[in-house]
Design a protein around this ligand. Sequence first.
Ligand code: NIG
Ligand code: FE
Length: 413
Amino acid sequence: MSSEIYINIKGLVNVRANSAILRGTAMSELPVIENAYLVIEDGIIAGFGTMEELRKSTINIKNATNISGQWVLPAWCDSHTHLVFSGSREEEFVDKIKGKTYSEIAANGGGILHSAKRIANISEDALFNQSWKRLIEVSKLGTGAIEIKSGYGLSVENELKMLRVIKKLKERSNLVIKSTFLGAHTFPVALKDNHEEYIRQIIEEMLPVIGREMLADFVDVFCEDGFFSPAETESICKAAAGYGLKPKLHVNQINSIGGIEAGIKTDALSLDHLETLTQKDIKQLSTFKGICTLLPTAAFFLRLPFQPARTLIDSGCGVALASDYNPGSSPSGNMNFVVSLSCIQMRMLPEEAINAATINGAYAMEAGSETGSITPGKKANLIFTNKIPSLAYIPYKFGNNSIDQVMINGQFI
Ligand code: NIG
Ligand code: FE
């Protein structure tokens, strides 16, 4: 058995004997043990306490690593990404600077359809290699658990290609990885006026293979004007439920068209984006049993209004933060910047933001029993910070990752 002990930790952050989703006022409670020690056995969190308690114990500290001045946090849990994609889309970025909107670019065959063309023309191996590089990149930025969606395939063959790449990432990586089937991201060009046929393909041709080969943990639909209606969203989610896939949905990014209701009816695990909310939407979300996942870097990049995090938290919601890493609306998977932006632009408190990016993010991808807090028995997927004065310093020092080292399964990467 391998056993390591870290001592003189300035603060051991998000320490919880038992963990659960945090909602409303509970989100601002971030338990920290100051001047702490931490024991890791075989990659699992085995024990912790104050240095005072350590001195009184019989624990052998001969080979302990002294990390005085450093904080230890759970690694980021990024519960909404599109990390598997091919190539970048900076031409559209420039078009947006010149005044085109996201919807206009999409209507002209850009956006998701642009990435779909690239997926059709790339081999599974080459797609894996590009995606692997991104996974390494985000793990160095502190991400220890990540959800990844398909959605740039838009045909049986290419959706399965994406999902098989995600499966291979799961097999080869030590990160906690969850897979989401997002065949309903948009309609393929050939079926843009035949929604029924594409939805039939999703339900009758894609889902059975996904179920048989266990290629996804969740299902997602882009419920938006010009994309999938709430009724279409519901029928896809109901079919996916037959294969054990819970919905994690793109709703209310640009318009409020009933996506939240569709999500509640189909027992969604999370409702994501939520830039555009009516009073009625907020009321419905206040009793929603799942998680509201906010993606501030997508709002930032598309110049959309930021999500009303304060209103949601003050209404009792459980909020998670995620990067939405994708080539069109958030070409960055840097969770440190997500956390900063949530504090700066959405007025989340640093404690709320850290909870949203760790424990609630873990629950938003059903990984709450494995990661997201410093809890005995959870994986040692951890961030060791630089010597920084306080926790608020992490979001305050935006654009600068206050990370010294990242640990995955007890190993520094
Ligand atoms: O979450 N809005 C839908 N899907 C992605 C963007 C996809 C793209 O533009 O490639 C999102 O923002
Ligand atoms: Fe997204």
